[in-house]
Design a protein around this ligand. Structure first.
Ligand SMILES: Nc1ncnc2c1ncn2[C@@H]1O[C@H](COP(=O)(O)OP(=O)(O)OP(=O)(O)O)[C@@H](O)[C@H]1O
Ligand SMILES: [Mg+2]
Length: 279
């Protein structure tokens, strides 16, 4: 049984914009899944289905094998934490601390447990200094972190993040990658995120869904998807600079493999240039 599965999910907004068409999406346990696609591809619409914010018009959304219903909605929201694209849709309490406490309090946890979770979430996101601030007066990247902290404080089994790095500075982006990867490896949390930044995919995903015009155009491991450079270009996505460089050097005859991260690239180039080992 998969943690989350959509079966032939289709959705059109009121003005008849077809946002999803027969989407079959599967999130197995303990996998990091990226959903990529250009603006308007349907990523956010798919994510809004995953914890019952919108109901399927046709097809199904199964969470741990069961369709989302009024009866299990509370359980589903506890299990599937969704960080929306726009933090303003998520943040509403007068202070950051109260905002993060809101979800756990609603779960009926006692005050000491709630405070413990708030402390942990503030620590994980490195935003202890924002504790007593008003969320609406924070910068975009700070709000984003507060929104993520609020979802983490619910201790979800699946963490869904819609464009998690939008608005984060490079350091904030690195921190996010590091802490998401450690949540995944340490606690076995399943991670689903959307992005236009393919660099993030190589750093934070095992498996990729490619969406365009409401459909799933392709799916596969990171190398399987990044191999399809023309397909990605057709939908206005660009390969990250490292595999792009490897590919263009290969076209010029270099006998190097295509790799995806800076560390791998350094090794590959050092060996191609016959450099001595790193001191
Ligand atoms: N609330 C809404 N009302 C009407 N149409 C909508 C609404 N939200 C999204 N759409 C439309 O549905 C389609 C899919 O939008 P969606 O927001 O899911 O795409 P996305 O892949 O998340 O895009 P982006 O990368 O810009 O966030 C688009 O054509 C969009 O215009
Ligand atoms: Mg979106």
């Amino acid at each position: 049984m998969h943690l989350i599965e959509t079966i032939n999910l289709s959705y059109a907004y009121r003005d008849n914009v077809r946002a999803l068409e027969n989407v079959n999406f599967v999130a197995p346990r303990n996998l990091r899944i990226a959903v990529i696609g250009p603006n308007g591809a349907g990523k956010s619409t798919l994510f809004r289905h995953l914890n019952g914010v919108i109901r399927p018009q046709s097809g199904q959304v199964l969470v741990r094998g069961e369709p989302i219903s009024k009866r299990n909605l509370k359980e589903v929201r506890k299990f599937v934490g969704v960080v929306f694209q726009n933090p303003d849709d998520q943040i509403f309490a007068p202070t950051v601390e109260q905002d993060i406490a809101f979800g756990p309090t609603n779960l009926g946890l006692d005050e000491a447990t709630v405070m413990h979770r708030v402390d942990e979430a503030l620590g994980l996101l490195d935003i202890e200094y924002l504790r007593h601030r008003a969320p609406h007066h924070l910068s975009g990247g700070e709000k984003k972190r507060v929104a993520i902290a609020g979802v983490l404080a619910m201790e979800p089994g699946v963490l869904v993040m819609d464009e998690p790095t939008a608005g984060l500075d490079p350091r904030g982006r690195d921190d996010l990658v590091r802490f998401v990867n450690s949540l995944w490896s340490r606690y076995g949390i399943t991670v689903i995120f959307s992005t236009h930044e393919l660099d993030l995919v190589s750093r934070m995903a095992d498996y990729v869904y490619v969406m365009s015009q409401g459909r799933i155009l392709a799916q596969g491991t990171v190398p399987e998807i990044f191999e399809q450079e023309e397909m990605l270009q057709r939908i206005r996505l660009d390969l990250p600079v490292i595999p792009k460089l490897c590919r263009s050097l290969r076209r010029r005859g270099a006998g190097i493999p295509v790799v995806y991260t800076l560390v791998e690239a350094e090794e590959v180039l050092a060996s191609a240039l016959a450099l001595p080992p790193k001191p």
